[in-house]
Design a protein around this ligand. Structure first.
Ligand SMILES: CC(C)(COP(=O)(O)OP(=O)(O)OC[C@H]1O[C@@H](n2cnc3c(N)ncnc32)[C@H](O)[C@@H]1OP(=O)(O)O)[C@@H](O)C(=O)NCCC(=O)NCCS
Length: 176
């Protein structure tokens, strides 16, 4: 297994990963999000990672910064999206992608990493609703129990309650 940063020629592989991992209802929206995030020019940077098996891209994850309104001292990020192709699931690729991303964000001294997903899956990586509840998402959530947060490196405390805004690719009500 190799985890590497996304390169110029990865767009089609990324699209294929999401189109195979998500059902018909969600695959267009999520694959479009994954590809659109590649063009986000942000400070600090938006980044994507690929998991490879025998030279083939089998998984992808993206991290983009969030603006914490009224708190300019804290660097915040959101994890979205994440997928592993069905044939390669349950082999640790998803975990490896999350862990590598968290290590990068720990090195960047990010104060919080948010995700909107399945608590049963993300809970094992240290994500919890208690941390996320101080960060108000840009839209009302269809599944509020899936709003989770962690502190990369486990250092520091979440601050006061703040509203967040995301990069343009994520500011689509349908994603929430
Ligand atoms: C979720 C996903 C990325 C996990 O990738 P993966 O490479 O299979 O993950 P890992 O191998 O690191 O971990 C697998 C374990 O996670 C757990 N798991 C996987 N998906 C889960 C889910 N939706 N809910 C709860 N637990 C889940 C299982 O316990 C599994 O353990 P097992 O192999 O003993 O059954 C992958 O299943 C996927 O792409 N799913 C479809 C797209 C998706 O739902 N993306 C996440 C959006 S928030």
């Amino acid at each position: 297994m190799e985890i590497r940063t996304v390169g110029l020629g990865d767009t089609e592989s990324i699209r294929c990963i999401y189109r195979s991992a998500f059902d018909e209802k969600e695959r267009d929206l999520v694959s479009e999000l994954a590809v659109d995030l590649l063009s986000e020019k942000t400070v600090p940077s938006t980044f994507s990672l690929i998991a490879e098996s025998d030279g083939m891209a089998v998984g992808h994850i993206a991290f983009s910064p969030v603006t914490l309104q009224g708190d300019t001292n804290c660097i915040g990020y959101i994890l979205a999206p994440l997928a592993v192709i069905p044939d390669s699931q349950h082999a640790g690729f998803g975990s490896a992608l999350i862990e590598r991303g968290v290590a990068i964000l720990t090195a960047r001294e990010a104060g919080v990493l948010l995700v909107y997903g399945d608590p049963n899956y993300y809970g094992r990586f240290g994500f919890s609703p208690e941390i996320a509840e101080r960060y108000l998402p840009p839209y009302p959530l269809e599944h509020p129990f899936g709003w989770l947060g962690m502190i990369p490196g486990g250092i520091g405390e979440p601050g006061d309650t703040v509203r967040i805004s995301c990069v343009d690719s994520l500011e689509r009500p349908k994603l929430w």
